[in-house]
Design a protein around this ligand. Sequence first.
Ligand SMILES: *Cc1c(COP(=O)(O)O)cnc(C)c1O
Length: 477
Amino acid sequence: MDAAEFRRRGREMVDYVADYLENIEQRPVYPDLEPGYLRPLIPAEAPLEPETFEDIMRDVERVIMPGVTHWQSPYFYAYFPAASSFPAMLADMLSGAIGCIGFSWAASPACTELETVMMDWLGRMLQLPECFIAETHGHGGGVIQGTASEATLMALLAARCKAIRRVQASSPETPEAEIFSKLVAYTSEQAHSSVERAALIGGVMMRKVPTDNSYAVRGDMLKKMLEEDKSAGLIPFYFCATLGTTPSCAFDRLTELGPICNEGNVWMHVDAAYAGSAFICPEFRPLLNGIEFANSFNFNPHKWLLVNFDCSAMWVKNRADIIGAFKVEPLYLKHENQESGLVTDYRHWQIPLGRRFRSLKMWFVFRMYGLNGLQSHIRKQVALAKEFESLVRADKRFEICAEVIMGLVCFRLKGSNERNQNLLKKIAKSREIHLVPCQLSGRFVLRFAVCARTTESRHIQQAWRHITQLTFELLQD
Ligand SMILES: *Cc1c(COP(=O)(O)O)cnc(C)c1O
């Protein structure tokens, strides 16, 4: 493909994408096929001779689309949203064209510098304390990670390194392996599975902190566990708080937990993967109070802030903690500006070396929506969730299982778990909407998350009509 053909095909592809998204409601939101469906549809080996673009696009409809779960469909209510917007897609195209690997400042200065500034813009939108903002020449700053899982892991590894150095400073004779074996990390029993995985990867013990009856971790519960473990000779070093838990969007109490962590030399990382986007709205910002106690904070603009995957925004209060943890400098990665103290080499802030030019997506989206546009998006989706909540509450056969604060509604049919499992099976079988369950206090609960950017009231009303129709059938049987 030469540049002339690229111009033509590029326009065709933009049309295909616009048609796909405009007509997405006509496609079944969830595919109806068996595992292994794809292999028989395409040749067993890559072609020897070049094929045409038309051939490939025909196969997109024949091979790919039947096997796609349409996350951008307004009938998709599963998991949490996967952000998508036209400005972000266009910016990603530009990122692909530039095709730089921005591991250091010198590897592409714009890639690094735009990222630092975009993280400051976003930090200011959230009214983060100045200690997290890079511009103020404090010790903090932001970085784009691929996912919240990576941010949680980076924070845990940095905390582990800091704890080992601290213990060694006071008792230099203690072998590192011995310190290692005593380290304990903590998180909520409602935390995302990626937090438990971070501890597995980091090779440290992890304890789950029980939650109160709104599924939030409270200060006294953590404090009790820290004291128990310390008196048993263990070394608590890391606590991952969640703002907006995945099962029910609960909020751990940072203002209680923060001081306890700070006093006990426990690194507090805050995972707000989904809910973080809402803190750009003043009415939700109080849920972030206590962030001043955190060592690191992360949320996913790629969930709810209209920036396509992958874009996970992470801030640290003291960047030396993260950079110092795993700094390795071979000669081929050195550059003459790095000693000036003014440059950031983001490779030290993350696990991989290579990184894409992801800040372009943020820049395009922030400018084309403006803060007002982004706030409207959040508010609209919260209002749609509240609309669904009132439909559920008006039907005495159902109950709401957790306070609806953002775009997630946890609900169930009153009665047995089996009855709710059967309802979900019926929903899955009819393929009109897509949602997933969760477990709360031993109960099987349906999660209804407002996801697609184009979701409107009529979709919510239709989804509820569909659910009540299936409920009617279920209760008849
Ligand atoms: C979605 C989610 C994650 C995982 O996000 P990734 O970016 O896919 O790693 C982590 N924590 C919470 C609370 C989440 O909701």
